[in-house]
Write a protein that binds this ligand. Sequence first.
Ligand SMILES: [Fe+2]
Ligand SMILES: [Fe+2]
Length: 182
Amino acid sequence: MGDYSPEDWAVMNRQRAVYLAEERARQALELLLASRDAPTFGYLINNYEHCLQTATMLHSDGHDEDTIVTGLFHDAGFIICPENHGRFAADLLRPFVSEKNIWMLEHHEIFQRIHLHGFYQPEDPEFINAREQWRGHEYFDWTAQFIEHYDIVAINPNIESLSIEFFEPMVRRVFSGSPSVP
Ligand SMILES: [Fe+2]
Ligand SMILES: [Fe+2]
């Protein structure tokens, strides 16, 4: 690599940019699809269906494409990177979605804890402080709202979610930097 000239790099980077413009969206969708048949681990729907349901609810409530696609991918790394799946989704979407949604992705796991009564003990400092340390932050309310209205409730087997094909054009627009606003 040390022998490549600036001109070589320019040619390679141009070629790669054309390829990535199409391919990033396609491979991100493939990543979601890879867990289509994953087990539910005791939930009523699996993680793939949960992601679709979150995106469907955001779409029904008239959120913009930036936010719908954020919801679609918010748990996309849950199988391959469970401990750090919020950061995983944030890094996947960082070039394409708003700062507000990136912050929400990075913090959604700790904001969720107050709802997981059977998992964390209320006296556990991690439980108490994890979310409260961020109170007053400009994206606190949106993150709390996302968790409450579009995450912890999106495990309902009686809701028919929109298909991945429905969201595909949206994903392509967001990944190309030209999302539509409702
Ligand atoms: Fe999550
Ligand atoms: Fe989730």
